[in-house]
Design a protein around this ligand. Sequence first.
Ligand code: LMR
Length: 327
Amino acid sequence: TSVIATALLLAGLSGAAQADCDDGEMVIKFSHVTNTDKHPKGIAASLLQKRVNEEMNGVACMEVFPNSVLYDDDKVLEAMLNGDVQMAAPSLSKFETFTKKYRIFDLPFMFKNIDSVDAFQNSEAGQSMLNSMNKRGLQGLGFWHNGMKQISANKPLELPGDAAGLKFRVQPSDVLVAQFDALKASPQKMAFSEVYGALQTGVVDGQENTWSNVYGQKFFEVQDGTTESNHGVLDYLVVTGSDWWEGLDAPVRDQLATILKEVTETRNAESTRVNEEAKAAIIAAGGVVRELTDEQRAAWVEVLKPVWEQFEGDVGADMIEAAQSFN
Ligand code: LMR
């Protein structure tokens, strides 16, 4: 057990799922920001850890640090380049200082549902994006699904005009800033771990996220309600350092890649169900969920879709066309 892991355990931080690594095993630290058992990413990371530690026993040992106990997403990529952590799965909105190509995933109403996202990611165009940050020292290993984003605030949101004048937390993505600018709202970039407190104290009025994050972080407790807008996607890149990855012995790298591929397929197939369960749990806990009529939804599309034009140069018209072909 590492010093950090011991310190976390002594500090009584819950949810950390470190393994006891044996002498001689290569330690793979995996840092993320969500819970471990009711979240598409958390469950996937836990399964990855379990399989690596069973099947690569004696060779490799994975320690998962969930719930932002080790790093927030704004620090984790830097830590990876410094060799302090070997794997992470930040949302695709968090790579903007490394590549502008991932902005396509943040464009509102780009994808109809997670199946379209899946098909695009698995296409040649999507797979080429795994290597788009190699020059910056990062290697994408695969895409993990969370799901479609919903929008919430401290007042009902039914038409886009309802968001005007409100402050919204956004992930650190200029596309998401532009999205809330289009709504005449005030976007504020903020780390995931700070959102609940910011909503509670009124630092921001609203936020956008998936059902599993709204449930896992209890945002519904400090919001008027959540509108089922499905207006965007929140997915992850499982990422590692290029040097670290290339430095592995080929058999070790191959086994790790195979386990990761299998975990990715298994858990991506379950991500929608995990989010549906979170939505049901929100309702069961007294949270309000609002559905949009077709007319209301059309009004959101009309206001938000023009945001695409601002970023077409970054993501490429060909990539937009490829993405659209899977809807
Ligand atoms: C967020 O910052 O809202 C999400 O990216 C958190 C996560 O990892 O799901």
